[in-house]
Every structure is written in structure tokens, then in C-alpha cells.
Ligand binder design. Sequence first.
Ligand SMILES: [Zn+2]
Length: 228
Amino acid sequence: MYPIKLCNKANYGSKRKLDIKYIVIHYTSNNGDTALNNVTYFARETLQNPASANYFVDEKEIWVSVPDDFIAYHCGGKTYKHKICRNSNSLGIEICMNDKKGNIRYDSIKNAIELTKILMKKYNIPISNVLRHYDITGKNCPAPMVENPKLWQEFLNSLTQKPQTEEIDDDMKIYKKIDEMPDWAKASVKKAIDKKIISTDKNGAVTVFEPNLQSLVWMDRAGLFDKK
Ligand SMILES: [Zn+2]
């Protein structure tokens, strides 16, 4: 799904025995780094104190460093605030969060939100199990989201927003046939079909969402269907 540059084996653990129950969010704490910089570094180096993450995210890319089914060393500590979340049952996502001047890169955060949503769905992880590194060990990571809890709250809020393609209300009416449509819309829709502004399937059926009917009528009144 995402490009992978496998982490140096010395920096991460064995195959996972426990199910993935948590997602832990980190920041790289570097300024102006990229996801690719990071996976390259972790692939090359043998670290004195082994450290790793499953994913690195910047505003352009998402890279895998440690595959999901292996334990990355991202939230281990001498003492823990959290009772259950550990490396062995969590995925670690590192966000390249600061630009060269140390300002927050919101587009990196946006990408991390998309990744987190996908992983939540894949492993059936509830929002209450999406945590900051800080929530596990008390470490100041990701610092901008520890120092400004509102930023973290916004991150969590964004996870509950459905992707745009699913935003259409389940109850919203979809019209397939002109006969089913309200009278005030029929003539305009017919014109739009005749002018091939709306396409039909092989059965002559269309797919028009209820709120679009009004727009079609307005377009018709504006004369947009009469051109050529
Ligand atoms: Zn961290």
C-alpha cells in the first residue's frame, strides 16, 4: 500500500504475537526532515539505543519502515503512564512535523490523519486507542501536541470525520428516472440528459442526488443547457 524501506533489523523487534490495539503518534523532532530521510536513516544505521517506528509521514509521502506485523521500538520506557499500550500491541507513526524554522507542518499532520484512519479501520481500533507517545510514557512527544493539547484534540476530531466520498448522507434520495423526480425539475433534467450534461447508463437511468436537482434547474434557467 505504501512504499517500504525496511528498517535495519538491529533497530526493531520480532514478529508480533499480540494483536494491534493501539496507534501511537510521535514527531521526529527534527526541523525540515522528510519521511524518506528518516526511513533511509533507520535502514542504514545501527542505533546504540534501538529505536524505530512503523511509519514516517511528511506532507508528501508516507513510508513504511517496520512492517505492521513486526514490533517497532517507538514507545518503550522505564516507567509507564499507560497501563496496557506497549510496543508489542501498538503501531508507531512518526510525523515530520516541524519545518526548517520550527513551525508546524499542518499538511504532514493531515497525511498522518489519513494514515491513522486507514489503520483504525484495518485493525478495528477505536479512537480512544489513538494516543500520543506522551500518553504512554510521559515523554514530550509529539511536543507541539503535548504543549498545545488543542492541536491534539483537533487531530482526534479529524479522525471521526468521514472521508469526502462517504459524506453523502445515507438517507439522501438518489433519482434514477425522470418520472420519479418532482415536476419542477423534470424539464431541466431532460434537457441536461439530451445535451449529454448528465450521462445515462445502458438502461437510460441517471444518478442524480436530490440537492443537485435544484442546481440543474438553475443552470437551465441561466440558459446553460441552451448553448450549442
Ligand atoms: Zn515519540
